[in-house]
Each structure stands twice: as structure tokens, then as C-alpha cells.
Design a protein around this ligand. Structure first.
Ligand code: KG4
Ligand code: ZN
Length: 336
């Protein structure tokens, strides 16, 4: 039994083929990063149009890599929430069309639940119950996960997502887009204690985050409060120190909130997903915390932690339960 899954929620057009184990047979991702770089952020209309151009070739490549013919696909899965509505609609429309044409069931998958399921997929064994933590460009959110499909929201960000803060700070520092990898590289040469940036909710038991103040603190430290847009970005040691101090402040909060979530729920497993987990300093800090607390940490490899369609293998769990989507399935931009 083969599944074909589609992902078009943001700026990656992705398709994957997996079987009902689930075993991933192909995982193809076409990134639009170059299209959005000059705007220093994802432009929704450009993302949707690029999905339209890229989706059919990406599906074709996923099928060929898996050595599976379209007529042998027995189920279509699609991330229909959350994300940019125009972008999501491209994947959802294509998935409905394929389900009708092939006369096979359609399964709607939540992109955030998939990010956590990526850990299950990579581990190849059960990881539930666990604390699920998704830290990406669009989300910074903690869950109590009973199983792959039963998640209770513990808390999330009140404003910017952590990855979004990296992207905005990279723009302030003149480092380009996406911000995560460039800030990480710059931070490696800097002093994380050079600036004492705010760590929102750090000593607060609420499992909430706020990164917009941190981003503004970087801006004000650099330019004072009367900033003029014409000012050049910093260079040299100052830039590295700002990057390192920003990253340290963000990660202190991320790691502390994971630790609090584990403590408050009594769970002994932590599954982390989303693009920001690509950061080596964050991985190390989480590993150190998990070792100290005696909890098991699950982190997927890069190919499963940034946006992809293979993580939608969560659809197999829904398929087993007979949870199929109607053919009037809609794209839902907000996380419910
Ligand atoms: O999960 P993802 O690919 O897409 C979303 O669903 O948002 O995450 C992308 C985000 C971007 O904000 C990017 O700056 C961030 O992940 N990111 C990183 C790193 N690599 C990517 N943040 C910090 N350090 C990194 N090395
Ligand atoms: Zn994502």
C-alpha cells in the first residue's frame, strides 16, 4: 500500500512516497528560498505561484525516485493546516484532484503534528507519550503528546516564532535570508555574554514565549531608539557578539521551557521538530539538558526537520483509524 503526500504550506514545495509501515521511499523538496531572499522573508503570493509551477514536477520526481507508478498509489495525504492560505490551497487542490482521479482516499494532516511525527519516523520506534516541541519560522509551540494524533497544547509564542526572530535579526545585522544558518555561523565567532538581552518568561512557569522584544533589543542596542533606516549594518566583532548574544538569549528560553514542560507533565521523552533545530548550538544545549534531566531526546535528521512531505507519514496512523477527509476539504491557515 503506497501513500503519496504533498506539502505546500510555506516556501517549500514537497512530495513524498511512503508505504503503510511507514517506510519512506522518497522525499523530494523544492525550496523557494532564492525567490524570497531579496524580500528577506516569505512573500505569500510568490510562494503560492511557485508551488503551482513546482508541484507537478516534484510529484513526478517523488514517484520516480520511489519507483512507484501513480496508478499504484492507494492513498493521498496533504498538509492542509496551518500555513499560508494561498500556498496551502495549491497542495490541497492537487491532493483532492489526485484522490478523485485515482479513486483513492484522501487524508488531511496537520503540519505541526507532522513535525513531531518526524521524530517517530526517524527513530523507527514508538516515542509517545512525549513532550512535542516545534520550533520553526512560523511556530514555537509545546504539546503534551499522548500518541501521534492526540496532542494537548501546553503553550506557544505570543508574537514572533523563534525562527522568525532569527530571520529578523539576520536582516538587522545585514546577514541575508533565511536568517538561521547565517546567524548561527556569525554567532560562532562571537561572545554570547557580550550583551545581556531579555529572556521573556524565563522565570515564569507559564509555557509561553515572546521573541519580538528580543529582536527589538538587538535593534536598539545597535542603533539606539531613534533608528534611521539608512544606517549601515554592523560589521566585525560587534556583529558576531550581537549574533552570539541574541542566539544565547533565544536558546536559554527554548531549553528552559522544554525543561519546564517535562517537569510539569512528568513526561520523560522530548521530541523536537522544525527548522530551528538544524542549529547545532541548540541541539547541544537540548542534549545537555536531556542528559542532566535523564530524559530521552528525539531530534530528526535535517531532511525530516525542515519542511518536507515525508513527515506526513502521520497519515498512516489516520488511515489505520479510518480517519479520511471529505472531498470538500479546505485549507486552514490558522493552527487549531
Ligand atoms: O521548519 P522550517 O523549514 O519552515 C517553517 O515551517 O517555518 O523552518 C524555517 C526556519 C527559518 O526561520 C530559519 O531561519 C530557521 O528555521 N532556521 C534556523 C537554522 N536553520 C533554519 N534557525 C536557527 N539556526 C539554524 N541553523
Ligand atoms: Zn514547518
Amino acid at each position: 500500500m503506497y501513500f503519496l503526500a504533498l506539502e505546500t504550506s510555506c516556501d517549500e514545495t514537497a512530495a513524498a512516497v511512503f508505504d503503510d509501515q511507514p517506510q519512506v521511499l522518497s522525499n523530494v523538496v523544492a525550496s523557494q528560498q532564492e525567490l524570497h531572499a531579496r524580500f528577506q522573508g516569505v512573500v505569500p503570493e510568490i510562494a503560492a505561484r511557485a508551488h503551482l509551477r513546482n508541484l507537478l514536477p516534484v510529484i513526478d520526481q517523488a514517484l520516480r525516485q520511489a519507483n512507484v507508478r501513480l496508478k499504484d498509489v492507494g492513498c493521498i495525504a496533504v498538509h492542509n493546516t496551518p500555513g499560508l492560505v494561498g500556498a496551502l490551497l495549491v497542495g490541497v487542490s492537487a491532493a483532492k484532484m489526485l484522490a478523485v482521479a485515482l479513486q483513492v482516499p484522501l487524508i488531511a494532516v496537520n503540519h505541526i503534528a507532522s513535525h513531531i511525527y518526524a521524530c517517530r519516523l526517524a527513530a523507527g520506534r514508538d516515542i509517545f507519550p512525549c513532550v512535542g516541541f516545534v520550533v520553526s519560522g512560523g511556530h514555537t509551540v509545546l504539546f503534551h503528546c499522548e500518541d501521534a494524533l492526540t496532542m494537548r497544547l501546553l503553550g506557544g509564542t505570543r508574537d514572533d516564532a523563534a525562527g522568525e526572530a532569527f530571520d529578523k535579526v539576520a536582516a538587522i545585522l545585514g546577514l541575508g535570508f533565511p536568517g538561521g544558518p547565517v546567524v548561527e555561523r556569525e554567532a560562532a565567532n562571537g561572545n554570547p555574554k557580550a550583551f545581556d538581552f531579555p529572556r521573556s518568561f524565563l522565570n515564569d512557569p507559564r509555557l509561553e514565549f515572546s521573541f519580538s522584544g528580543l529582536k527589538t533589543a538587538v535593534l536598539y542596542t545597535l542603533h539606539g531608539q531613534n533608528i534611521s533606516k539608512a544606517e549601515p549594518p554592523p560589521a566585525g566583532q560587534l556583529r558576531s557578539d550581537l549574533a552570539a548574544s541574541f542566539q544565547q538569549a533565544a536558546f536559554d528560553v527554548l531549553v528552559t521551557k522544554c525543561k519546564q514542560a517535562l517537569g510539569q507533565t512528568g513526561l520523560r521523552r522530548l521530541a523536537v521538530g522544525g527548522g530551528v533545530i538544524a542549529n547545532k548550538a541548540l541541539r547541544s544545549a537540548l542534549e545537555a539538558m536531556a542528559a542532566k534531566e535523564g530524559v530521552e531526546l528525539f531530534v530528526p535528521p535535517m531532511s525530516l526537520s525542515t519542511d518536507n512531505a515525508a513527515m506526513a507519514a502521520l497519515a498512516v496512523e489516520k488511515w489505520r483509524r479510518g480517519e479520511f477527509a471529505p472531498l470538500d476539504l479546505d485549507a486552514e491557515p490558522n493552527f487549531l
